[in-house]
Design a protein around this ligand. Structure first.
Ligand code: GCU
Length: 594
């Protein structure tokens, strides 16, 4: 009887409390935040007994209650405070040897003190959690988020209390056919709270997001648009760019948004001069600061124009892995090492594959003058006919753009990688491409396609998706999945009057393994592959760039050759312990000629 009464009371009480996922708040670095990073307790829950009862029904007595025995007779079979700790943000695979291959549920708990302030609200923000996250604050559900690489936040104002609080997160990284990415992908399925966790302090009414960039239709002016967290008219938002002498006011309309078009002639952001301007947005006595670069990006025939000038994108592909030993990269320091290597190669461009990387990497690349291709994980054989899958992909696209749409260095949104041709796939990606354009008309759209027909030595790129993209991009693996001696004989037919990027080429080598250039896995084999491929690329008409696969060896469950791969994909130009392979120099030399 007692238990039922307790349950009824707590369920009724929870109905009074409200928490909800709210649209992603833009410019986190400029917000008033308290970090919840650090040691979190965790419990590995293989059969999810912390969420389901023995009839597989969600239980009201789950781990999210963080219950403690009230009586010596009480039966409670978990205790976060006695469980192990893990530094957050991180992936559990590289933090706990028992979890190296683990795919399932892990519970995390963080206790913290808090003091609510009248008239203020608090959002609980996650930079990313891979893959399925359920979040509770003080035992009350804040919300549920699916998708492993983009930020999300909940308004938890009504769940927080004075003094001691705790947040509990159920993280599940099991793979499913209907997910994005789907069940198979060539990277490690790092699970966990892989990016920052923050409490974000905001006013009762706050600036939810905004965009500020040169107008692609009239680059003599800046186009500014801003959105409040609610549909509130008459709110006065002050926009200042002191260095440009801009000090303007926008007043929101009935929908809580406002726009301004401001004549301006800023110094353009570019790889050689990555100029950022201090920007201030003020509302109701609070000021939000950002650093924004201004540039135009467009195509003309087979050229990509940055600030009206043709540019060749000297790129390299990257996964989001720490430079040494694997594990999710999630800091400026992690980004700095990887981007240093890209700069040493002579790159002005990186393809952040195959999912949105952390914001530190994008902002560090911007400061260093490195252009970015950013991508959602619509990878290989997605469930094209599943509406939930499309909503998931579209949600990740929207969140990727919402986070980075003010980063001058991001020039390409990529909506897919190596997807099989079919009418269902064309419909899915066609809709996604149009959605991307509707969300952001200041950037280019692309996707990494595959060479479809290669009769002997003639390669033709035929893909219906090319009517939707601004830049035609494709992956080719001559020398790895096909004999390198064919490279000089290859001809390429790309029947689209658009710029072309070879978004992947490359081959594997075990660092330190030397031998004949005809012996697979030697550094000499990879070196020759790069020599042959770069010579071949010079013959592709309209080639506007390339992002060879890949900067650094990376963990993959698909690469199991003992003694050579050892669960690493070895196509890196740098090994997983920082050794530069001979092919690194080949690409570096080639980029000097571009
Ligand atoms: C594909 C794919 C990559 C993969 C690479 C490889 O092109 O896009 O994700 O790692 O080939 O086979 O190494």
């Amino acid at each position: 009887m007692k238990r039922t009464l307790l349950l009824t009371v707590s369920l009724l009480f929870s109905l009074l409390l409200t928490a909800a996922e709210v649209p992603q708040i833009g410019n986190i670095p400029g917000r008033r935040t308290v970090s919840l990073n650090g040691a979190w307790n965790y419990i590995v829950d293989v059969q999810e007994e912390g969420y389901y009862d023995y009839r597989m029904k969600p239980t009201p007595w789950g781990f999210f209650r963080n219950a403690k025995p009230q009586d010596p007779k009480d039966l409670i079979e978990y205790d976060f405070d006695k469980s192990a700790e893990m530094p957050i943000p991180s992936d559990w695979n590289t933090r706990d040897p028992r979890l190296f291959f683990y795919e399932g549920t892990v519970w995390f708990k963080k206790s913290f003190r808090f003091s609510p302030e009248k008239g203020r609200r608090t959002l609980l923000y996650f930079g990313a959690v891979n893959y399925d996250a359920r979040v509770w604050v003080n035992g009350e559900e804040a919300g549920h988020h699916i998708g492993g690489f983009t930020p999300f936040n909940f308004d938890v104002t009504d769940l927080l209390r004075e003094g001691d609080n705790f947040v509990i997160v159920k993280v599940d990284n099991k793979r499913h056919p209907e997910d994005v990415p789907t069940q198979i992908f060539d990277w490690w399925n790092y699970g966990g709270i892989t990016r920052d966790v923050l409490l974000v302090d905001v006013a009762e009414t706050y600036i939810e997001n905004y965009s500020l960039q040169l107008d692609p239709k009239d680059p003599g002016k800046l186009h500014f648009s801003v959105r409040l967290d609610k549909a509130l008219p008459g709110q006065r938002i002050r926009l200042r760019i002191p260095e440009l002498g801009i000090d303007r006011e926008a007043v929101t309309g009935a929908d809580g948004t406002a726009v301004l078009d401001i004549p301006a002639k800023p110094v353009r952001w570019s790889p050689s001069h990555p100029k950022l301007y201090a920007v201030e947005l003020s509302l109701g006595g609070e000021t939000l600061r950002d650093d924004i670069g201004f540039r135009t990006i467009e195509t003309r025939g087979r050229q990509i124009l940055l600030n009206g000038e043709p540019i060749f994108l000297k790129g390299i592909s990257m996964h989001e892995e720490k430079a040494f030993g694997g594990g999710r990269a999630n800091s400026t320091a992690d980004a700095a090492t990887l981007l240093d290597w890209a700069k040493e190669l002579g790159c002005n461009f990186v393809r952040l594959a195959h999912y949105p990387h952390n914001e530190y990497t994008v902002r560090e690349a911007e400061r260093r003058g490195i252009l970015v291709w950013s991508e959602i994980p619509v990878y290989w054989t997605i469930a094209w006919e599943n509406p939930d899958t499309y909503r998931n992909a579209a949600g990740q696209l929207k969140d990727m753009i919402a986070r980075d749409h003010n980063r001058a260095n991001v020039i390409i949104w990529s909506i897919a990688n190596e997807t099989p041709h079919s009418p269902q796939r064309d419909r899915f990606l066609g809709d996604l491409a149009q959605y991307a354009k509707a969300l952001d008309d200041t950037r280019l759209i692309s996707m990494a396609m595959e060479v479809t027909s290669a009769s002997n030595y003639h390669n033709k790129l035929q893909d219906n998706m090319n009517e939707y993209v601004d830049v035609v991009s494709f992956n080719q693996y001559i020398g790895w999945y096909r004999d390198v001696d064919d490279a000089p004989k290859m001809t390429w037919e790309i029947p689209y009057e658009k710029p072309v990027i070879v978004s992947e080429f490359g081959g594997g080598a075990k660092a330190g393994l030397h031998g004949s250039k005809d012996e697979r896995w030697t550094e000499e084999f990879q070196e020759n592959l790069y020599l042959q491929n770069t010579a071949m690329l010079d013959k592709i008409e309209g080639l506007s760039g390339t992002t060879p696969w890949i900067l650094k060896d990376f963990r993959s469950p698909r690469r199991v050759l003992d003694g050579i791969q050892d669960y690493y994909n070895r196509k890196g130009l740098v090994s997983d312990d920082g050794q530069k392979k001979k092919a690194f120099r080949v690409l570096q030399q080639w980029y000097k000629t571009k």
